[in-house]
Design a protein around this ligand. Structure first.
Ligand SMILES: NC(=O)c1ccc[n+]([C@@H]2O[C@H](COP(=O)([O-])OP(=O)(O)OC[C@H]3O[C@@H](n4cnc5c(N)ncnc54)[C@H](OP(=O)(O)O)[C@@H]3O)[C@@H](O)[C@H]2O)c1
Length: 280
């Protein structure tokens, strides 16, 4: 079993938290880091990187806010240099499908001299329950600049299982896993499935991208997040990522989790329970 702790960058993230839990349950020592931990790790403060890395030889790396943002690849380049100097040997990078900036970051990791895995993921199911789409589900109407484009949403639990295999099983080294869910759905179809399973009406309405961005602006959403959502809904969410890929089954020997199963377990978690929220 691994002696030095496995570094998990993104302790509080949708996949980082799950990867950390799984590793600990398997008996691995971990060092989960983010801006709020000791030692801390902040992508915007390179001075925090070295002390977070030292003493580890394997790392799961999730970048913030997204590898699609300008400058992400040069930050990753600086990071892998520090990581190699600090003694890191194996890096598992979470990447996003169809993003040019993410592909540049992937190439930097592959050329770093470290052993590597890239886990290149489709959009997460958990955006509906742990991120910017949650509010629409709770309010009863989700409004997004997304029409008939389908996306094979992936369950973050599946990503975490693939990442743990990549971190702990040397037979997977130096491979890219393009991970997706087993079924491609539009946002409208996702909302219909959630609404049906919840037994309460949740509507979906599509709006032009400019209307969506103006609404974000009025709500005080920061400019860089507006830029990212504009990029994701216009460039990345254009149909380029609609195909389902077999990597989850290839790595784990079981099918990827269906959206229906994700919906069922999320209902059981209570996160979409509006009655409980109102009385809390
Ligand atoms: N969401 C998707 O559908 C999707 C799909 C494909 C790929 N991805 C990739 O997944 C990654 C994570 O995205 P996510 O939106 O799902 O976020 P997330 O994993 O939910 O991570 C959020 C956490 O990141 C930490 N964080 C924020 N800024 C940070 C910084 N400057 N330095 C270090 N940690 C920071 C925060 O914890 P602290 O406050 O403790 O720092 C926050 O709780 C991104 O690289 C994205 O490209 C996402």
């Amino acid at each position: 079993m691994q002696q030095s702790p496995i570094l998990v960058i993104g302790k509080n993230g949708k996949t980082g938290s799950r990867v950390n839990q799984r590793l600990q349950a398997l008996g691995y020592a971990t060092r989960p880091v983010s801006r709020s931990t000791h030692p801390s790790f902040d992508w915007e403060k390179p001075a925090t990187w070295r002390s977070a890395i030292e003493g580890t030889d394997t790392a799961y790396v999730t970048y913030q806010p997204d590898l699609a943002v300008p400058g992400a690849a040069s930050t990753i380049k600086a990071f892998v240099r520090v990581a190699a100097e600090a003694g890191l040997q194996h890096i598992v990078l979470l990447s996003g499908r169809g993003e040019k900036g993410a592909e540049r970051a992937e190439e930097i990791v592959k050329a770093s001299g470290l052993s590597w895995n890239i886990v290149r993921a489709s959009w997460f199911c958990q955006n509906f329950s742990e991120s910017f789409v949650l509010e629409g589900i709770l309010s009863g109407e989700l409004v997004l600049p997304a029409g008939d484009i389908v996306e094979p949403f992936i369950d973050a639990d599946d990503i975490a299982d693939v990442v743990v295999a990549a971190l702990t099983e040397p037979g997977h080294r130096n491979k890219l896993f393009e991970v997706t869910g087993p079924r491609a759905l539009t946002f409208a179809q996702c909302v219909q499935e959630i609404s049906g399973a919840l037994g309460r009406p949740v509507k979906f309405r599509t709006v032009p991208i400019d209307v969506y961005i103006n609404a974000l602006d009025e709500q005080g959403v920061p400019g860089d997040l507006q830029w990212l959502l504009h990029e994701l809904f216009t460039v990345v969410f254009d149909g380029r990522n609609c195909n389902v890929m077999p990597a989850v089954e290839e790595v784990l020997g079981r099918p990827a989790t269906d959206f229906k199963t994700y919906v069922q377990k999320t209902i059981e978690s209570g996160v979409w329970d509006t009655v409980r929220r109102e009385s809390a």
